[in-house]
Design a protein around this ligand. Structure first.
Ligand code: SAM
Length: 276
C-alpha cells in the first residue's frame, strides 16, 4: 500500500511524504491521531494531517527547542513543558541536571500512541522519576498553578483546535506569572518561510509581556519548507551566552548525546535567514 501524507501550510503550499503503511489512525477527543511508516523519515506522528515528529529528524527540533533556552539559563531546575505528547522535548530536558520536568499534554492518546509506536523519541523519559506528566489543558494549568518554573517550553501543535489558546498574549502573560525572575520561555513558532505572519504575531504577543524576545531557527526536513522557528522570551536572561560559556555549560552539565545542537548551532540559530 502506498499513499501520501500531505502537510498543507495554506497559501497554496504543502509538503507530501510517501508512506508505506498506516500503523494507527483514530479520532481522539481532540484531533485525528495517525502513525505512518515512511521510507524517508521512518515512523511519523501526524495530528490532524500535520507532521508532528519523525524518527529520522526529531532530534533537530527537540534539541533546538530545549537546549537553546535551558543552556541560556544559568541553572534551570524546574521545567514546564506544554504539549510535547511524543516525549521528545521531555527526553532532552531531562538531560540537564533538573529537579523536575512537569509535562502538561491535553491529549493522553498522543502519549499512549507515541510510547507504543515511537518509543525511541521519548527514550524512556516518561519513566524518569523526575517526570511529572499531567493530562490536561496547558492554558488551564498555567492559570491555576501555584508552582514556579525556571523554564517553560511550549511544544504545541500549530494554532488550531486546543492549540489556538497557546499562541495568545493572555497565555504568555500567565506564563510570565509562573516563571522565576531569570526564567526563560521558548515556543515553537512555525515556518519562517510559510507562516511568517504567525511567527510575527507570536513575537508581538511575547513582546507585550517580556522585554527580551528573540526568534531562532533550526532545519527540520520533515516540516514543510524544512526551516522551522522557535521564539525565546525572558524578563532578564539573554539567550546568547558567549560560545565559550555555551560550551562550558554543555560540558559541566554532561549534556549528551547531542546530534544537532552545539555552541555554533546555538549562535547561528539567531541569525535568521532573510527569506522571500
Ligand atoms: N513538535 C510538534 C510541532 O512542532 O508541530 C509538536 C509536538 S506535540 C505532538 C504537540 C502537542 O500539543 C500535541 O500532542 C497536542 O495534543 C498538544 N496540545 C495542543 N493544544 C494543547 C493544550 N491547550 N494544552 C496541552 N497540550 C496541547
Amino acid at each position: 500500500m502506498s499513499q501520501w501524507i500531505v502537510d498543507v501550510m495554506g497559501d497554496g503550499f504543502g509538503q507530501a511524504t510517501q508512506v508505506d503503511d498506516l500503523l494507527y489512525d483514530h479520532q481522539s477527543p481532540y484531533q485525528r491521531v495517525q502513525v505512518a511508516a515512511s521510507a524517508r523519515f521512518g515512523r511519523m506522528l501526524v495530528l490532524d494531517d500535520a507532521v508532528q515528529t519523525t524518527e529520522r529528524d526529531e532530534y533537530v527540533y527537540h534539541e533546538m527547542l530545549v537546549h537553546v533556552p535551558l543552556v541560556s539559563h544559568p541553572a534551570p531546575r524546574r521545567i514546564l513543558i506544554i504539549g510535547g505528547g511524543d516525549g521528545g522535548t521531555l527526553e532532552e530536558a531531562l538531560k540537564h541536571p533538573v529537579q523536575s520536568v512537569t509535562m502538561v499534554e491535553i491529549d493522553g492518546e498522543v502519549v499512549e500512541v507515541s510510547r507504543r509506536f515511537l518509543p525511541g523519541i521519548s527514550g524512556g523519559a516518561f519513566d524518569d522519576p523526575r517526570t511529572r506528566l499531567r493530562i490536561e489543558d496547558g492554558v488551564a494549568f498555567v492559570r491555576a498553578t501555584t508552582e514556579r518554573f525556571d523554564a517553560i517550553l511550549v511544544d504545541s501543535t500549530d494554532p488550531k483546535g486546543p492549540g489556538i489558546a497557546l499562541f495568545s498574549e493572555e497565555f504568555y502573560r500567565a506564563c510570565a506569572g509562573i516563571l522565576t525572575p531569570s526564567g526563560v520561555l521558548a515556543a515553537q513558532s512555525g515556518s519562517p518561510l510559510h507562516q511568517r505572519s504567525l511567527m510575527e504575531g507570536i513575537s508581538r504577543h511575547l513582546s507585550a509581556v517580556f522585554p527580551i524576545v528573540a526568534p531562532y531557527w533550526g532545519a527540520v526536513p520533515a516540516y514543510p519548507g524544512t526551516l522551522w522557528s522557535f521564539t525565546f522570551a525572558s524578563a532578564a536572561t539573554d539567550p546568547r551566552p558567549s560560545p565559550d560559556e555555551v560550551f562550558r555549560r554543555i560540558s559541566s552539565r554532561g549534556l549528551g548525546p547531542l546530534r544537532y545542537y552545539s555552541p555554533g548551532a546555538h549562535h547561528a540559530a539567531f541569525a535568521l535567514p532573510s527569506v522571500p
